[in-house]
Design a protein around this ligand. Sequence first.
Ligand code: PMP
Ligand code: GLU
Length: 395
Amino acid sequence: MIADRLNRISESETIAMAKLGRALKAEGKDIISLSFGEPDFFTPDHIKKAAIDAINQNFTFYTPVAGIPELKEAIRTKFKRDNNLDYETDQIVVSTGAKNSIVNAVLSLVNPGDEVIIPKPFWVSYADMVYLAEGTCVFLDTRVETDYKISPAQLEEAITPKTKLFMFSSPNNPSGMVYSEDELKALAEVFDRHPHVYIISDEIYEHINFIGGHASIANYGTLFDRTVTVNGLSKAFSMTGWRIGYIGAPKAIAYACEKLQSQFTSGTNSVAQRAALAALLGDMKPTYDMRDAFRKRRNLCFDILKSIPGMKLNMPDGAFYLFPDISAYFGKSYNGQTIRNSQDLCMYLLNEVYVVTVAGSAFGNDDCIRFSYATSEDNLTKAMNRIKDALMKLS
Ligand code: PMP
Ligand code: GLU
């Protein structure tokens, strides 16, 4: 009954694990969830007030499909201020979350059979979005030892005449890796030699960066005219449920995304757009406070994890995830449970110590496991110690 295109994709693993965690908690189990990438902070008050005002002013009708003009103007200001990117108004499209922005861009660019280069580990939805568009994913391997970064030579080698698109996130979900300006410039030099390749640069974790100096690849070489710069409100302003994302893109791509939205969603929630306007033009202190809290949490988790024998991990410079290589535990067992892959380890941690995580296989790296540290320090201390106990029992 269900159409074939649905067989090409699976349910998002991050969402599936979060669902499982919630169900077990509702059964009364002492669950700690490190599965979902969602800040646990409340949306700042000045943003909530803008939404309440919008409702009271009856700002409740359909909006222009690509976003209200004031918000598009605020996004232009933000791109110029934070990223040195000078987009015109008709290069901006507001969508129902960055996820919606990314799938719009993928569906706008990828024809059946087109190759899309995606470095591993990648955010869980990228590959499925490409499969939905009937594209072919070309994955690039990376290693924890080199901070999960690709090299320009690796990129050069992967590009073929059929390459249409390159997709990546920095700061990265799931590894927390952040490309420096020089590293992005070196990748841009490769793209300069291959003008048929488009780029989706997912910068949703821009403000959760512990080393500073966020760099946008659209700034370098010839890339401004073929890069879709994606951002959103979910992470920087703790606004996951409001569902606002946006792009700055070449006009033809922006128009294609708007056309898709005109048939799929009719545009984005009006009230949430007013809230987004207040967020983008308002006080950034709450965002910086959240970033500082994430840095403390990262350090706390990192210190406990690095004391566990067999765990190999990089120091994440951004986002709110740790992505250790846990392959040293493969082949070990406890209590009748044998660990053969990341999925087994993920289920072992759930069954043994009630900690919900996401298997690295969902992000294209089966040697790893993802821990989201977007929860309280108390929860994290408990969870890390439980994980340590569970891993030490394996032999
Ligand atoms: N990109 C990355 C790398 C993410 O981690 C997320 C988190 N869900 C998104 C995009 C989408 O965010 P949202 O749809 O909530 O704006
Ligand atoms: N980005 C978050 C994560 O990776 C939210 C879940 C999702 O949108 O898939 O967990």
